[in-house]
Design a protein around this ligand. Structure first.
Ligand code: NAD
Ligand code: UDP
Length: 310
């Protein structure tokens, strides 16, 4: 198959590109490297079935090749980055999604959108099922990301309805693993890098807020399983095991055998208090559920970051 992956040099996108290249698909990776890295796709660069296009997907893109799938994963994704670039974030979600849908329509390809648990905002329903319409502060600091993804979903279903496009939409819950950058800014990479360097772990708020962390291999399995079905409604993909951020900090200190202290900082505006996916649908439709425990995933990710910091 011919597959376009936007954001293909990023954390999740580079894993997708690798898996597709390994199974002998032809992969076109589009990335503007705003947060992605050449290092992530280095092993793919000399493969005949891999092509890199350095391009901002907020701008139109015209390709000669036919396509079977368009995977739109390009977006600023870490709060640290999207708060620095709110307009670019909105442009990836709005114009980037619009451009990718246009490509999929022109090529008669299927469209796959990386949406997010952030569409649920600071949720008042727990755990979050796909039917929940969320609690997003429309004009808050995080709205550049949350609303860009909500609009990306709306655009996707407008194209499905108007042009009969075949679509897949996943709402990804906090996913982590190798290929994250040391300066990514999201909690697991921050804590591991801080612990390995012997620096204080920066816990925001009291650390009582919760997240549910999914290891990258489990997410990729879920994505591939969804491409094998005709299910076209939004689908949560994540690990339903929920942890307090303070407990995550303690676990990472213990697994890295670090002597780092924990230091508390103010909770960022609109930081969701709780987050946990209801994965009933993914279990039923894909026969999928996460298999890698937090401890196992952290151990693998710590080994990766140790190597990066050498
Ligand atoms: P990432 O920052 O590692 O990867 C994003 C990639 O997109 C980077 O390579 C970046 O350079 C590229 N990019 C950003 N804007 C672009 C643009 N306008 N044109 C071309 N390339 C652009 O983040 P990630 O965690 O790999 O996220 C991938 C996707 O998954 C994103 O759409 C994100 O919103 C979504 N997602 C991720 C998580 C998670 O926990 N990792 C959770 C929810 C949703
Ligand atoms: N967090 C933290 N310290 C950090 C980074 C993040 O305590 O150095 C907290 C953050 O406030 C949030 C949770 O960890 O409550 C997850 O943050 P992340 O940036 O990974 O992603 P989010 O789930 O908020 O999009």
């Amino acid at each position: 198959m011919n597959i376009l992956v936007t954001g293909g040099a990023g954390f999740i996108g580079s894993h997708l590109c690798r898996v597709f290249v390994e199974r002998k698909d032809f992969v076109i990776c589009v990335d503007n490297f705003i947060t992605g890295s050449k290092e992530n796709i280095k092993p793919l660069l000399d493969k005949d079935n891999f092509k890199l296009i350095e391009h901002d997907i907020s701008e139109p893109l015209y390709l000669d090749e036919g396509l079977d799938w368009v995977f739109h994963f390009a977006s600023l994704a870490s709060p640290k980055h999207y708060l620095n670039y709110p307009i670019k974030t909105l442009k990836s979600g709005l114009l980037g999604t619009y451009n990718c849908l246009g490509i999929a329509k022109a090529k008669k390809a299927k469209f796959f959108l990386a949406s997010t648990s952030e569409v649920y905002g600071n949720p008042q329903i727990h755990p979050q099922p796909e039917e929940y319409n969320g609690n997003v502060n429309i004009v808050g600091l995080r709205s550049c990301y949350d609303e860009s993804k909500r609009a990306a979903e709306a655009l996707t279903y407008a194209y499905k309805r108007s042009h009969n496009l075949s679509v897949r939409v996943i709402r990804i819950f906090n996913t982590f693993g190798p290929s994250m950058k040391t300066d990514d800014g999201r909690v697991i990479s921050n804590f591991i890098v801080q612990a390995l360097k012997g620096e204080p772990l920066t816990v925001y708020g009291g650390g009582k807020q919760t997240r549910s962390f999914c290891y990258i291999d489990d997410l990729i399995r879920g994505i591939l399983a969804l491409t094998e079905t005709d299910y076209q409604q939004p689908l949560n993909l994540g690990n339903p095991q929920e942890f307090k951020i303070i407990d995550l900090a303690r676990k990472i200190i213990s697994l890295t055998q670090s002597s780092s202290p924990i230091r508390f900082f103010p909770l960022p505006e609109d930081d969701p208090k709780r987050r946990k996916p209801d994965i009933t649908k993914a279990k039923k439709i894909l026969g999928w559920q996460p298999e890698v425990s937090l401890e196992e995933g952290l151990t693998r990710t710590i080994a990766y970051f140790k190597d990066r910091l050498r």
